[in-house]
Design a protein around this ligand. Structure first.
Ligand SMILES: [Zn+2]
Length: 120
């Protein structure tokens, strides 16, 4: 229990010192983020589900993992609501596919096992 908590604290400390975290403070990112939200004011994932929700988070489509080219590429960004950014997106990266479904109940992600199996 105690050991578990220490490991978590260490991971948190590690994340806080990742050099790319400073990139979010750069003028380049601030301008890119403002441009994306101006171009795409609604959450892309909510739109795919037929919902109109304002986007507040600019997310990287392909995780940049500390790669400046991916981080700073405008075409690699998308506008999401906080809910989708925090829950869906981070889960997707762990799973490798999205569990979001469209209004018809069909998974939106072509990498979803149900689609990969050729069912839909
Ligand atoms: Zn959303």
């Amino acid at each position: 229990m105690t050991r578990h908590r220490h490991a978590r604290a260490r991971r948190r400390a590690q994340r806080a010192t990742d050099p790319y975290r400073l990139w979010y403070k750069r003028t380049h990112w601030k301008a890119l983020r403002a441009q994306r939200l101006a171009d795409e004011p609604l959450c892309r994932m909510c739109m795919a589900q037929g919902k109109i929700v304002g986007a507040t988070v600019v997310d990287h489509v392909r995780p940049h993992k500390g790669c400046w080219e991916l981080f700073s590429d405008y075409e690699n960004t998308q506008a999401l609501c906080k809910h989708h950014h925090d829950s869906t997106k981070q889960g997707n990266e762990a799973r490798g596919y999205s569990v979001e479904v469209g209004p018809d109940g069909i998974p939106l992600d072509v990498n979803h096992p149900a689609r990969a199996a050729g069912g839909v």
